[in-house]
Write a protein that binds this ligand. Structure first.
Ligand SMILES: Cc1ncc(COP(=O)(O)O)c(C=O)c1O
Length: 363
């Protein structure tokens, strides 16, 4: 009899990341390819971060600090919270998976908006929970009113992606606070803030002030986006000591490698660099969105490092392929839950010009 794998695999959707550059070269027979498909930073890590990674690499014969003590201490100083309330993991994706495993039994409900981050559909099949999806409103934003009415006694986890991937839209902290006041205490709310530094509606740390009032609130953040460290895999959650302990009990002990811990700890020492990266991203955002509108395209109001573009009645697959043949990788909307759209991450100014030129040609 052949090996039989768990039945839950049948229900697990396949997570397909943005196409990598080598594959795009082969597929589109294009030599000079740029990747604007995974919401990464086009700018590499700060030189001091690279140095810290190099120094940590020399100690690679040792296992990493299982408690990520230095990183958690620096995060605690940065946010003025207790180190014991901070979970760190191998990317914020790992915290999402750990939260679902730690919180959900079969029969539990996980509630989230759609389209939203494409990891969320993994959580229910993995944990045995049932998922409830609430459509975004016409402005591509979370409909928190509709989400609040979907909460039941079985709801264990609510995911609010703010700013939202793939649409880039964000809600102000006042709306989030009003929503939290309606959520019963037994429900954990993960506010996925992977792009929070790039929004201009509120102080990026405004939600940290909501933590003392809401022990069921978790803020999920990452070094993958604004800090330019996606390749190292390091994410963290600010929440309660209970949430941190739950994550720690289901993750593997040495999940954040030494290089990632050192990089994250060092990156936090360079706030000016982070702010400069945000400013450059916002400048690109303004420029790209303006030109997209000049091309006659509607976009969701981006508060992130990417645009969600409504293609109207144009052929999504033909546009993705046409851009690919011109050496520009973007993300098709259909697999992200939004047929008739594409998502493009901002690159450097030159890369964005190239994307806009290629798109104008195709239109
Ligand atoms: C909304 C959102 N949350 C979390 C993540 C995952 O980030 P990490 O690299 O920390 O796993 C992403 C990555 O694209 C994202 O868009």
């Amino acid at each position: 009899m052949p090996v039989r794998y768990s039945k839950k695999l049948d229900a697990l959707p396949h997570y397909e990341g943005g196409m990598d550059i080598d594959r795009a070269r082969r597929m589109y027979e294009a030599s000079d390819v740029i990747k604007l498909a995974s919401n990464e930073s086009p700018w590499g890590p700060h030189p001091a971060v690279l140095e810290a990674i190099g120094a940590a690499a020399a100690g690679s014969n040792r296992y990493p600090d299982q408690y990520a003590s230095l990183l958690r201490r620096r995060l605690a100083d940065r946010y003025e919270v207790e180190p014991g309330t901070i979970a760190v993991a191998n990317g914020s994706c790992e915290i999402l998976l750990a939260a679902a495993l730690a919180l959900c039994e079969p029969g539990a409900e996980i509630l989230y908006a759609w389209p939203s981050f494409s990891m969320y559909p993994q959580l229910a099949p993995l944990s045995g929970a049932r998922e409830i999806r609430v459509p975004l409103n016409d402005a591509y934003e979370h409909d928190l009113e509709a989400m609040a009415t979907e909460i039941t006694a079985a709801t264990q986890l609510v995911l609010v992606c703010n700013p939202n991937n793939p649409t880039g839209t964000a809600l102000p902290v006042a709306a989030i606070a009003a929503f939290l006041n309606r959520v019963p205490d037994h429900v954990t709310v993960i506010l996925d803030e992977a792009y929070i530094e790039m929004q201009v509606l509120d102080d990026p740390d405004a939600t940290v002030d909501l933590l003392p009032e809401h022990p069921n609130l978790v803020l999920l953040r990452t070094f993958s986006k604004v800090y330019g460290l996606a390749g190292l895999r390091c994410g963290y959650a600010l929440g309660s000591a209970g949430f941190r302990a739950a994550v720690d009990s289901v993750r593997q002990p040495f999940d954040v490698n030494s290089l990632a811990q050192a990089a994250g700890a060092e990156a936090l020492q360079h706030a000016d660099d982070m702010i400069a990266r945000v400013e450059r991203t916002i400048a690109e955002r303004i420029g790209v969105e303006e030109e997209l509108h000049d091309l006659g395209l509607r976009t969701a109001a981006s508060q992130t490092n990417f645009s969600w573009i409504d293609l109207g009645d144009r052929d999504e697959a033909a546009i993705v392929e046409g851009l690919g043949k011109r050496g520009v990788i973007v993300r098709a909307g259909t697999p992200l839950g939004g047929p008739g759209h594409i998502r493009v991450t901002y690159g450097t100014e030159a890369e964005n010009r190239r994307f806009l030129g290629a798109l104008a040609e195709l239109l």
